[in-house]
Design a protein around this ligand. Structure first.
Ligand code: PLP
Length: 367
């Protein structure tokens, strides 16, 4: 029997009746883009994160673009971020004509190495985007301290980390604004694309609300040039249903992560390091192994899904050749891109399957 990296059908089956009846209500109601269902979901997310405002947009990438646009990032500006993330983090900076400046990561958490940020700040630096990679919050006290001292903004890329917390505060409430993705595979995922910007800054929220809808405060009146980036009612409804379960699902992920940690104890496999003052939500369970290719082949031969996040750090992507980074420039990210592997982890994953996966991984690293 095969075991996928993520099983969205298992999740769907567990909430099928609730989901289907609420989806039908939307279909019959005839309000499909923005509207009350989106507003309801925005309020629920704002409450959940402990912030004042939430603005639903088309996807996580747009959430980043709109947040950066709203704080005034544009051509000639620099924005500091991690090279060990999905491409969209840096792409959103480039989309606005600004330049991503990559800072290496911490070898244990894979999050921004905060002691390396200050050396990269220049007179052009406008913001920093800490990414809560794989579901673990970045070291936000240090990021905010640096940002305050240098007068730059902090935009959290919380796309992989909904529900995670840092010193008891939810991600989303830790910077000037934060961005979520509701891509189907995320811990809170829709049946299509979706995203959200959250903030407690009213001016920023108002501006993002304008930007997402052609800069239009009133139909056919446009106060600025914006985007078409709206959340739709079907996604908002599906996500509102799933939000009722997110804490249970995240807790199940955390329990399963701890079980894997136990299964891998005493081996050469490096398991995720969860910092004492955070709650990690294990969007992905990442192991570090010396002979990754062998582990990948063994898992695949046995019908077990796995994935490499990310095989090429962003500073070495072809799209960023003109930025002039060279191999060896950000060595921790580069090592991580060669050695890390995601193995199946989702709330419905069974104990027997986890034992089987762990046995295969352990066997593959023996030589
Ligand atoms: C860290 C990170 N940032 C940004 C994004 C972009 O989100 P989306 O795919 O919804 O545009 C994603 C997810 O795909 C992500 O994982």
């Amino acid at each position: 029997m095969s075991i996928p990296l993520l099983d969205l059908q298992a999740q769907y089956s567990s909430i099928k009746d609730e989901l289907e009846s609420e989806i039908l209500d939307v279909l019959r109601g005839g309000q499909y883009i923005l509207g009350p269902k989106v507003q309801e979901f925005e309020s629920a997310i704002a409450d959940y994160c402990g912030v004042e405002y939430a603005v639903g947009v088309a996807n996580g990438t747009d959430a980043l673009v709109l947040a950066l646009d709203a704080i005034g990032v544009g051509p000639g500006d620099e924005v500091i971020t991690s090279p060990f993330t999905f491409f969209a983090t840096a792409e959103s900076i480039s989309r606005l004509g600004a330049t991503p400046v990559f800072v290496d990561i911490d070898p244990q958490t894979y999050n921004l190495a905060t002691d390396k940020i200050e050396a990269k700040i220049t007179s052009k630096t406008k913001a920093v985007i800490p990414v809560h990679i794989f579901g673990q919050p970045a070291e936000m006290d240090a990021v905010n301290d640096i940002a305050t001292r240098h007068g730059i903004k902090v935009i959290e890329d919380a796309c992989q980390a909904i529900g995670a917390d840092y010193r008891g505060r939810k991600v989303g409430s830790l910077g000037d604004a934060a961005c979520f993705s509701f891509f189907p595979s995320k811990n809170l995922g829709g049946a299509g694309d979706g995203g959200m910007v959250v903030t407690s800054n009213k001016d920023l929220a108002d501006r993002i609300r304008l930007l997402r809808q052609h800069g239009s405060p009133k139909k056919y009146h446009h106060s600025l040039v914006g985007y078409n980036s709206r959340l739709d009612a079907l996604q908002a409804t599906i996500l509102s249903v799933k939000l009722r379960y997110i804490d249970n699902w995240n807790n199940a992920r955390r329990e399963k992560a701890q079980y894997y940690n136990k299964l891998f104890e005493g081996t050469k496999i490096v398991t995720p390091k969860e910092l004492d003052h955070v709650k990690h939500v294990y969007h992905l369970y990442i192991i570090k192994v010396p002979n990754r290719a062998d582990v990948e082949s063994a898992l695949k031969e046995n019908g077990i899904g796995c994935g490499v996040y990310y095989p090429v750090p962003l500073h070495l992507q072809d799209a960023y050749e003109d930025l002039g980074y060279k191999e060896g420039g950000l060595p921790v990210s580069e090592a991580a891109s060669h050695e890390t592997l995601a193995i199946p982890l989702y709330p419905e994953l069974g104990t027997e399957d986890m034992k089987k996966i762990a046995d295969i991984v352990k066997e593959a690293i023996k030589d």
